[in-house]
Design a protein around this ligand. Structure first.
Ligand SMILES: Nc1ncnc2c1ncn2[C@@H]1O[C@H](COP(=O)(O)OP(=O)(O)OP(=O)(O)O)[C@@H](O)[C@H]1O
Ligand SMILES: [Mg+2]
Length: 586
C-alpha cells in the first residue's frame, strides 16, 4: 500500500499560510497590497483586538466578477503574472497567487466585490471551505473581512502576541503603506486608536506629522538622480537623533523593505554627522526600473535583491551623505539663531490675531491638507528658523582658556548672550576632517615600489576578484596573482599609510557585510584618524588670535557640533541658565 499521498488543498493552503501569514499584520499587508494592485484611490482599514478578532480592508479598485471570487482563492491563481518572464519586471505587489488562499484557509473570510456599481457578489469561506457565494449590491471595489484568525489552529494561535503587540505591528504596516502612497486617501480605524483620515496629498512629506509624530515634521526633504533611477525622501538634521534605528523607513519601488545592504549604505552616509550610538530618522524612497530589482527572494517580500548592487549602494551612500552635509543651513541655525518662541505664539488667542491681521485669516490652510498643509509641514528654512524680523549673525569673541584645553567664548547675536566652552582638540579635528574629506577630491594614485604580493587564499580571491576593477577605478590598483594572491601595485594617496595586507582584509570584511567595495568609507575613517592625529592636542596653550580663528573656522563647518568620531564639540550656557544657577532668577 503506497504511503505517499497528495495533500488536500485545505491542508496545502494552511501549510503555505505558515509562510505568508505570520500574524494579523501580515494579513493586512497582503490585503492592502491587493487593493493597491487593483488601482484603488481610497482604502479603508479597520481592525479589532489587534486584528485577531477582525481585520477589514475596503477599496474602490477594479473589483472582481463572480467567477474571479472563486479563482482568487485557488492557489497559484493570479491576474498579475502570466509567464516566468513577467517576474523579471514586476509592476505589481502581488505575483504568487498565494495570499488570499492562505489567509482564507486560516480564518473566517468574507469577500464582497463588484466591478461596477450595484452588480456585486459576496463570498464566504471558513478555514478554507467555501460556504456560499451570493449576489450582493455594492459600489465598485472590494471589501475583505478576516475574522478569528487562526481560531481553528491552536498551534498557530499560540504564537500570536498580546493585543497591544499585534496592534503595534498593524500600525507598523499601515504607517509604511500610507507613507509610500501619498496619492491614496486612507481611513484607518481600530478599537484602540479610533479613526484617522489621511486625505490624498502630493508628497509623502505631508504625512510625516500625522503618521510619525510632530517631532518628525522637522525632517528635511532630499532628492537625487533622474527617472527611472531616483532616490528621494526625508532625513533628520543632525540635531534630531534617536537612540535606536526605529525611525528608518526604506522603500524600494514603493515596497517597504528591511534591507541589510541599504541600511549599511545609509549607515555609511550618516557616519560623522551623528554621534556614535545615536541614529537619524529617515524616510527613503528608492525608485529603480522594475527589472533592476528582484522581489521574489523572500516569503513575505520584505527583502529584495538588486541586480547591480555595485551601482546602487555607492549612489545611495553618496546621495544621503550629500543630503546630510547639505543641511548646513539647518545646522548653522541651531548654533547661531535663536529657538523660535513657540509657546508665546501658541498661547496667543486666535481671534485677536485674525482681527489684527485679516490677511492671516485668509491664508489659514484648509483642514483637509493639500498644498497648504504641505507648506505648513515644510516651511521654508528661513521661516522655521528665523522669527519675523531678521536676526543678526552670531559673533563669537574668544575670552580665554581653561586648563589649556577648553576655549571660552562669548556668543552674541542671538536672543541672549551665551557662554561657550569649546574643546580645542575635537574642534580642530572637525575642521581638519571637513577640509580634507568633505571637499571631494579625486584620489591621486601612488605606485607601490616594489609591488606587494598579498596571499589572501583562493576563496577570498574568488570573492575579491569581481571587484578589482572597481577598486582600480577608486585608486587601489590590484590584480589576481596565481590562485591565491593579489598583487597590489598602487594605492590612492589617502591610503598610502595603510598596510596593503590590512587594507585587503578590511575590504574583504566590508564585502562580507555590505556586498560591495566601499573605499569612501575607508577614506572617511582614515580621514577621521588623520585629523585626530594632526589636531591640536589638549593641554596645549593657544595664542588668542589662533584660538579666535579656530572658533570661527569651527562655525563655518558643515557639522560644527560633533567631531568625526561623534564626540560633542561645544557646550553652551545661556545668560538665563547662568542667572538661574546664581539664584538671580526662578
Ligand atoms: N482587492 C482586490 N481587488 C481586485 N482584485 C483582487 C483584490 N484582491 C485580490 N484580487 C484578485 O485576486 C487574485 C489573488 O490575490 P492574491 O493576493 O492571492 O494573489 P496575488 O496578489 O496575485 O499574488 P500574491 O500572493 O503575491 O499576493 C489577484 O491576482 C487579483 O486578481
Ligand atoms: Mg496579493
Amino acid at each position: 500500500m503506497p504511503r505517499i499521498r497528495v495533500l488536500s488543498d485545505q491542508v496545502a493552503n494552511q501549510i503555505a499560510a505558515g509562510e505568508v501569514v505570520e500574524r494579523p499584520a501580515s494579513v493586512l499587508k497582503e490585503l492592502v497590497e491587493n487593493a493597491l494592485d487593483a488601482g484603488a484611490t481610497r482604502i479603508e482599514v479597520r481592525w479589532e483586538e489587534g486584528g485577531k478578532r477582525l481585520l477589514e480592508v475596503a477599496d474602490d479598485g477594479c473589483g472582481m466578477a463572480r467567477d474571479d471570487l472563486y479563482m482568487a482563492l485557488e492557489r497559484h491563481a493570479t491576474s498579475k503574472v502570466r509567464t516566468a518572464d513577467d517576474l523579471g519586471h514586476l509592476a505589481s505587489f502581488g505575483f504568487r497567487g498565494e495570499a488570499l488562499p492562505s489567509i482564507a484557509s486560516v480564518s473566517r473570510f468574507d469577500m464582497a466585490s463588484a466591478e461596477q456599481e450595484g452588480a456585486g457578489h459576496r463570498l464566504r469561506c471558513e478555514f478554507g471551505v467555501i460556504k456560499e457565494v451570493q449576489p450582493f449590491s455594492r459600489s465598485r471595489g472590494t471589501t475583505i473581512t478576516v475574522r478569528d484568525l487562526f481560531a481553528q489552529l491552536p498551534a498557530r494561535k499560540r504564537f500570536l502576541k498580546a493585543t497591544e503587540t499585534e496592534h503595534a505591528h498593524l500600525w507598523g504596516v499601515v504607517t509604511r503603506m500610507a507613507l509610500a502612497t501619498p496619492a491614496i486617501h486612507w481611513v484607518l480605524e481600530s478599537d484602540r486608536s479610533g479613526r484617522l483620515t489621511l486625505p490624498a496629498v502630493p508628497v509623502a512629506g505631508a504625512r510625516l506629522g500625522p503618521l510619525l509624530g510632530d517631532k518628525l515634521t522637522a525632517l528635511v526633504p532630499f532628492r537625487d538622480g533622474a527617472a527611472p533611477w531616483t532616490l528621494h525622501g526625508y532625513v533628520s538634521p543632525p540635531e534630531l537623533s534617536f537612540r535606536d534605528r526605529n525611525h528608518l523607513y526604506l522603500f524600494v519601488n514603493g515596497r517597504a523593505v528591511r534591507d541589510r545592504l541599504l541600511l549599511a549604505a545609509l549607515a555609511s552616509a550618516w557616519e560623522g554627522f551623528f554621534p556614535k550610538g545615536s541614529y537619524p530618522a529617515a524616510v527613503v524612497f528608492l525608485d529603480v526600473p522594475a527589472d533592476a530589482v528582484d522581489v521574489n527572494v523572500h516569503p513575505t517580500k520584505a527583502e529584495v535583491r538588486f541586480r547591480e548592487p555595485q551601482r546602487i549602494f555607492p549612489w545611495v551612500g553618496r546621495a544621503l551623505r550629500e543630503a546630510w552635509s547639505g543641511l548646513r543651513g539647518g545646522l548653522a541655525s541651531v548654533l547661531d539663531l535663536p529657538p523660535r518662541p513657540l509657546e508665546p505664539e501658541l498661547e496667543r488667542p486666535l481671534a485677536p490675531v485674525a482681527a489684527e491681521h485679516p490677511h492671516l485669516w485668509a491664508a489659514t490652510p484648509p483642514a483637509t491638507g493639500g498644498h497648504r498643509a504641505l507648506e505648513a509641514a515644510f516651511p521654508r528654512r528661513e521661516e522655521t528658523s528665523r522669527a519675523a524680523e531678521p536676526v543678526p549673525e552670531t559673533t563669537v569673541r574668544y575670552l580665554g582658556s581653561f586648563d589649556a584645553t577648553y576655549l571660552l567664548a562669548e556668543a552674541t547675536g542671538g536672543p541672549e548672550p551665551e557662554l561657550w566652552l569649546v574643546d580645542q582638540h575635537v574642534a580642530h579635528e572637525r575642521i581638519l576632517y571637513e577640509r580634507h574629506f568633505l571637499r571631494k577630491h579625486q584620489p591621486a594614485v601612488q605606485p607601490l615600489m616594489p609591488p606587494r604580493v598579498v596571499r589572501v587564499g583562493p576563496e577570498a580571491l574568488a570573492r575579491l576578484a569581481p571587484f578589482l576593477d572597481a577598486c582600480a577605478e577608486a585608486g587601489v590598483e590590484a590584480e589576481p596573482f596565481a590562485e591565491d594572491a593579489v598583487v597590489v601595485r598602487g594605492l590612492p594617496d589617502f591610503l598610502m599609510d595603510r598596510d596593503p595586507e590590512a587594507l585587503l582584509a578590511d575590504l574583504l570584511q566590508r564585502l562580507e557585510e555590505i556586498g560591495h567595495v566601499d573605499l569612501d568609507h575607508f577614506r572617511r575613517e582614515l580621514n577621521a584618524e588623520l585629523s585626530c592625529r594632526s589636531a591640536i592636542k589638549k593641554h596645549h596653550h593657544l595664542p588668542a588670535d589662533l584660538a579666535q580663528r579656530l572658533i570661527e573656522d569651527l562655525l563655518a563647518c558643515e557639522v560644527p557640533h560633533t567631531c568625526p568620531h561623534g564626540r560633542p564639540v561645544i557646550k553652551k550656557l545661556t545668560r538665563t541658565e547662568l542667572e538661574r544657577s546664581f539664584g538671580r532668577r526662578a
